[in-house]
Ligand binder design. Structure first.
Ligand code: CDP
Ligand code: CDP
Length: 223
């Protein structure tokens, strides 16, 4: 078969499943480029919250996204040359990101940028709709998940580590469940396992175990 590009790996799943941490390490071990598409939606959300554009102004937000330069790397995220690595992870941005990500106009802008960035392949992308919409022909699709309780515990530890105000475990689980519901129930490109994706439930698995599993899966499909 004539292969016109290098393999693409799609990692999708709900909040706190371990997508970012696992994907970064898999990318390193396999020599793939890593693209965190959630950071792009967070960046636009941060931009809107720091502008006069309202959260419901779909054309205005798409216009902002079109004009913005978003630089997502493994170590930092910049929007119009401003470092927003920490700023896009605040609870305020997290609370608003799903509403913006539900808008078709902004998705169109970001999905095109993702497809262009990964066009040559040799890329592992993580998000919500990579296997279903961004790269439906990806060589390997993983749906990474864990129970809501486990994901809330992980997020609580994250907040501690980042020195952010502690949040009650039940409240965290609630906010994660709300975001998952918004992402799963939206009309455009909802969070959902692609029919040909492999589901990996990570409760009780260390990051290293998940990484090893994904690396083995990649080697079995891409050599
Ligand atoms: O890291 P975490 O799981 O908290 O979320 P993220 O990957 O940073 O994504 C933040 C939000 O962006 C998600 O809750 C979705 O609303 C949106 N998103 C999306 O709609 N499509 C993607 N491909 C990636 C993220
Ligand atoms: O990107 P996503 O929201 O899916 O999750 P993440 O930010 O990569 O992972 C959330 C937290 O869970 C991080 O602190 C990871 O270190 C932790 N984690 C874990 O404890 N065990 C795993 N198997 C995967 C992630």
């Amino acid at each position: 078969l004539l292969r016109t590009r290098k393999p693409i790996v799609a990692i999708d799943g709900p909040a706190g499943a371990g997508k970012s941490s696992v994907t970064k390490m898999v990318a390193q071990q396999l020599g793939l480029f890593y693209l965190d598409t959630g950071a792009m939606y967070r960046s636009i959300t941060w931009l809107v919250m720091n502008s006069d554009v309202r959260l419901t102004d779909e054309p205005g937000i798409a216009e902002l996204a079109n004009q913005a330069t978003i630089e997502v790397t493994e170590t930092y995220v910049k929007v119009n040359d401003q470092d927003v690595t920490q700023a896009i992870r605040t609870p305020e941005v997290t609370a608003n990101v799903s509403a913006i990500a539900a808008q078709g106009a902004v998705r169109q802008v970001l999905v095109r940028q993702q497809q262009e960035a990964a066009a040559r392949g040799g890329v592992i992308l993580e998000g919500r709709d990579i296997g279903t919409h961004v790269f439906p022909d990806a060589e390997l699709k993983i749906f990474l998940t864990a129970t809501p309780a486990e994901r809330a515990r992980r997020r609580q530890k994250d907040l501690e580590r980042m020195g952010q105000p502690a949040e009650d475990l039940a409240a965290l689980e609630q906010s994660i469940a709300e975001r998952d519901a918004k992402d799963s129930n939206r009309l455009i490109a909802p969070l959902r396992k692609a029919s040909d994706a492999v589901e990996v439930v990570t409760d009780g698995m260390t990051i290293e175990q998940v990484v090893a599993k994904l690396v083995a899966m990649y080697r079995s499909v891409a050599g």
